[in-house]
Design a protein around this ligand. Sequence first.
Ligand code: SF4
Ligand SMILES: [Zn+2]
Ligand SMILES: [Zn+2]
Length: 340
Amino acid sequence: MEGATGDGAFSIPQCDSCDKPAILEQAYSGRILCGKHLAKSVRKKISRELRKQLTLRKGSHTTVLVAVSGGKDSAVLLDVLVDLLGQRRDVTIVAGTVDEGIEGYRPPSIECAASLCERLGVRHEVVTYPELSFLEMDEVVNRLPMAVSKDNNAPRMACAYCGVFRRQGINHLAEKVGADVVALGHNLDDMAQTVLMNVSNGDLERTLRLAPHTSTPVQGLAPRIVPLRWVPEQEVHLYALHRELPLHHEECPNARGALRWRHRDMVAKMEADVPGTRHGLVKMADQVKALRDEVVALGGGGGRPPPPQPCSRCGNMTSGEQCKACDMRDLLMDEDQSKL
Ligand code: SF4
Ligand SMILES: [Zn+2]
Ligand SMILES: [Zn+2]
């Protein structure tokens, strides 16, 4: 068979750019790629997106905080960013990890993150929830026994708490290292799931706040960029394996209780049925954001939420009087009191 290596029923398709055996067929593009050419295509996508999302000003220095977890997405993000920007004198890359306090899961993943940073020669900062005056997630889960039930109908509070606390952890690290920009490792699947989740919830506000924040920075916060947003999860994984990056493969034990888990299945099914669905979802969010920007540019009211202000309790930026993390902390204390 032309374009294939080997023979008979087990023939492996050949890369469409060289004579090596392929490791991936991209249903959404029709391309067939070997490891080397897949890595090249992933790098190209990230580099193109980085040019759009990261504005480097002549004569000024930029510090990029890369949020790393030990997992494949942030490992690929850091590896490619170091490759693309590591030699620049006007850019400093620092990696940061938030330790949520999840026994058996976070410690080995922090080790992977640390070993990747060592390999790439990148400074690595870690902050724990107790250092931020939050309870460790294991303790949160104890206080909310229903929160992490595997039953889909059970409350899914653990991740709601964790997400709010982690956001503050990243803000804390960004401030500590003087970051101008925070790079997050969200891949195409993550982004598509988030868009679908927001649409299902009728949450336009969250869609408008979706990263990248390049054209809509939030006052007092380092803007988030998401250079992996057009790279499918499977390709991120294959790139990480191709580059032999140290990876932690386990899922967080609380993840299956999360609402995202369901949307993950839905997006995967939709993509298998109609290749290109993930791209469509993310493009749709981009179009809604662009529409908002047009309305704001024309002087239309209501396009943007009011600028954030410091939380009356902890000083972190918030759109209300008190920030979400302080709300959550109060809720946990109430939960604890009610058990007494
Ligand atoms: S799955 Fe939920 S609890 Fe686990 S790290 Fe993610 S947000 Fe936190
Ligand atoms: Zn090839
Ligand atoms: Zn607060």
